[in-house]
Unconditional design. Structure first.
Ligand code: S3P
Length: 441
């Protein structure tokens, strides 16, 4: 796919449902007895793979049309043994949460994924799951494909998560659901808290205590979860793309309505405002216990690079690729530290962005857990190169956003991965006036 600069971006961008919340709604629906109804589910490939996995574990999952889904769950500890390999495609969230959810039930399952997922570290999840009594057999380095035999007599666990990871935290909490007694998870820095909020919504006893800047979460095992009606908010991580595009394309004015601004997710928007972005929160309100606003983003010629506070990293971890594109269009350096986790996402996101930005005329420095983008100012990026997307949706979309503001077109070698999280990216961006085309089309 190739993106070219053209006129301003204008209009309203209705971005799809939140990916993190969509996975959790399907999994918790499958773990409660009775019917959970979900509206606004993200129908991206990652979430569809989780829906298929929940069916393989015995839940009845039905697409009712128009983003409405119904899940008839089997209850905590009620998973059936799948009769096939569970293929989670590209989704780290899917596989890690599902492994957690099955680890304390007496079933055995084998997991696999695409080339990206099969290269990602799983020991961070299977190490704590082994403490519950689960047995794991995987490839060298704790990689998929991997077989998990759930614990027949699970014991609760007290676990400190060694890396800032909501997926690890969530896997432990979901495993704790079917262990008797209290499972305790400690995290040094807070990460997205959708699992905790949703578990409480389904009726589990779960408490979070803030301690030394982090959190201690205590879950009481073996609750009876009550099915819920869940309205999935729109995804701030998807909103990031039209918002950032509007900030760097001359003359743009874009409204992105109904975006969840849970503080564990909204770090990008704070950072953009710190850089001088013309980004407003309109119609700020609460929905389903979450802060929500309409985002209005306008062309911002005066953006300046900043040092992003490392303590903010977890709340914007998926947004660094597109932030680096905005940083390329700002004056001066943008310094991003404490972001080693970017190297184990769907791709090594520091390496992928640094290579593509350099090929398009932007200077980037990088180390193991930091990188610096030297901005060229508004309208200053040469462009002209095609970048590798490395099976990573956010890398592909970030470079296409860059192409909308660069002198020459910017391409990506594979736009396919965009469908994992943002299946309507192309028509949505076209509706704003963006020139993004499939090569040969
Ligand atoms: C997610 C957590 C984050 C994030 C991912 C979604 C989640 O991963 O990068 O896209 O839904 O829990 P980590 O938990 O590995 O940081």
């Amino acid at each position: 796919m190739t993106a070219r600069s053209g006129g301003p971006l204008t209009g309203t961008a209705q971005v799809p449902g939140d990916k993190s919340i969509s996975h959790r709604a399907l999994i918790l629906g499958a773990l409660s007895v009775g019917e959970t109804r979900i509206t606004g589910l993200l129908e991206g490939q990652d979430v569809l793979d989780t829906a298929r996995a929940m069916r393989a574990f015995g839940a009845e999952v039905t697409d009712m049309g128009g983003g409405a889904w119904s899940v008839h769950g089997v209850g905590v500890g009620g998973f059936a043994e799948p009769d096939r390999v569970i293929d989670c495609g590209n989704s780290g969230t899917g596989v890690r949460l599902i492994m957690g959810a099955m680890a304390t039930s007496p079933v055995t399952a084998t997991f696999t994924g695409d080339a990206s997922l099969n290269a990602r570290p799983m020991a961070r999840v299977t190490d704590p799951l082994a403490l519950f009594g689960a047995q794991v057999l995987g490839r060298a380095g704790g990689r998929l494909p991997m077989t998990l035999r759930g614990a027949a007599a699970p014991v609760p666990v007290d676990y400190t998560v060694p890396v800032p990871s909501a997926q690890v935290k969530s896997a432990v909490l979901l495993a704790g659901l079917n262990a008797p007694g209290q499972t305790v998870v400690t995290e040094a820095e807070p990460t997205r808290d959708h699992t905790e909020r949703m578990l409480a919504g389904f009726g589990a006893r779960i408490e979070t205590e803030e301690r030394d800047g982090g959190c201690v979460i205590t879950l009481t095992g073996q609750p009876e979860l009550t099915p819920q009606q869940i309205a999935v908010p729109r995804d701030p991580s998807s909103a990031a793309f039209p918002v950032c595009a509007a900030l760097i394309v001359e003359g743009s004015d874009v409204l992105v309505p109904n975006i969840g601004l849970n503080p564990t997710r909204a770090g990008l928007f704070t950072t953009l405002r710190d850089m001088g972005a013309n980004l407003d929160y309109e119609n700020t309100r609460e929905e389903g216990g979450e802060p929500v606003a309409d985002l209005r983003a306008r062309f911002s010629p005066g953006l300046t690079g900043i040092e992003v506070p490392p303590a903010r990293a977890a709340s914007m971890i998926d947004e660094y690729p597109v932030l680096s594109v905005v940083a390329a269009c700002a004056e001066g350096p943008t310094v991003m530290r404490g972001v080693g986790e970017l190297r184990v996402k769907e791709s090594d996101r520091i390496a992928a962005m640094a290579a593509g930005l350099r090929a398009n005329g932007v200077e980037v420095e990088e180390g193991e857990d930091w990188w610096i983008v030297h901005g060229r100012g508004a309208g200053g990026v040469p462009g002209g190169a095609t970048c590798a997307s490395h099976l990573d949706h956010r890398i592909a979309m970030s470079f296409l956003v860059l192409g909308l503001a660069a002198w020459r077109p910017v391409g990506v070698d594979d736009g396919g991965p965009i469908a994992t999280s943002f299946p309507v990216f192309e028509p949505l961006m076209a509706g704003l006036g963006a020139d993004i085309r499939r090569d040969g089309a």
